[in-house]
Ligand binder design. Sequence first.
Ligand code: ASP
Ligand code: MG
Length: 412
Amino acid sequence: MALIVQKFGGTSVGSIERIAQVAEKVKTFREKGDDVVVVVSAMSGETNRLIDLAKQITDGEPVARELDVMVSTGEQVTIGLLAMALIRRGVEAVSFTGSQVRILTDSAHNKARILHIDDQKIRSHLQAGRVVVVAGFQGVDEQGNITTLGRGGSDTTAVALAAALKADECQIYTDVDGVYTTDPRVVPRAQRLEKITFEEMLEMASLGSKVLQIRSVEFAGKYNVPLRVLHSFQEGPGTLITLDEEESMEQPIISGIAFNRDEAKLTIRGVPDIPGVAFKILGPISAANVEVDMIVQNVAHDNTTDFTFTVHRNDYSNALAVLQKTADELGAREVVGDTEIAKVSIVGVGMRSHAGVASRMFEALAKETINIQMISTSEIKVSVVIEEKYLELAVRALHTAFELDAPARQGE
Ligand code: ASP
Ligand code: MG
């Protein structure tokens, strides 16, 4: 018998039929004797609908506190429905909102952080043999105000509950059957991973693999909550996300390939090579609230140097204007930008113990005559910026080079 926290996302509770299916699934765990806490999102589309209503009545500027009051109702509907569906199936169940449990958060409305979870109420209902259904995405602050945790926050609710209850596993049910080596739409031979570490998952998630809310993975890593991503309505083992980094001979060095098209590149040419220049360039960028991702400064030549960095594409024109101003002040030669770039990264803890991973990556790209514009590395990741139009080719080539392709099926 285990204590399991199960989270079902918006599409999994998107209709009455689906909620009934979720109830059936929960019932099978209960019948095996597991203690089950279920966290649900709002029905798919509902959170967007509610936010839109708030925007309509405020000309697009909702009041943060009041937005939380109404947007949190999406989850309140699904917990009640699921509890009823369980009870009708003879499964004892009870539902609670975040504030009823007392999921205590700070007061940062719309993006609150969980500070503490009162586990008493949940534990006593579990002991009495009930399934406890908890509203995801929401909590309450010290003053009793309703708060929400940011989009996708139900994942974080589930992980935080699992940590507080010391659950054996936190299962995230969704519309994919696990975490893949890369996006199967780009590489049909992408494979579901049996296992991935928190660290790798964080890199994959922050690089654009949108299976889990990043904060929930951070939380799970911090409290060592075993996390499993599974398909809501198909059987299968899913992908386990854990701490452990067991080394096996068959384990590939690279676990996955992440990519995104969300960035743009800016270069300032011919800036004087003197102390403080990087700060003069990036200070105003950060003052304009633009986040910088990759940064490259060239070796100086003729006492001047070039400086290149990437920002989110949405921030591109803003950053370009700021940089142009800096260039005028510094007497730089020119500013150039490019929005048609993509970032591709290989991720794997195996890199720590294997040499030559980056060069193998560069070799695979060279074979396809893909030019690398920028490179950055961390302990378990190598990222390159390339021309956007080669993105898919690059991902496929790397997937093959690092032996991640699934074996060919018959007829392929
Ligand atoms: N319903 C919220 C959202 O759509 C929270 C969640 O689904 O995790 O962002
Ligand atoms: Mg979600």
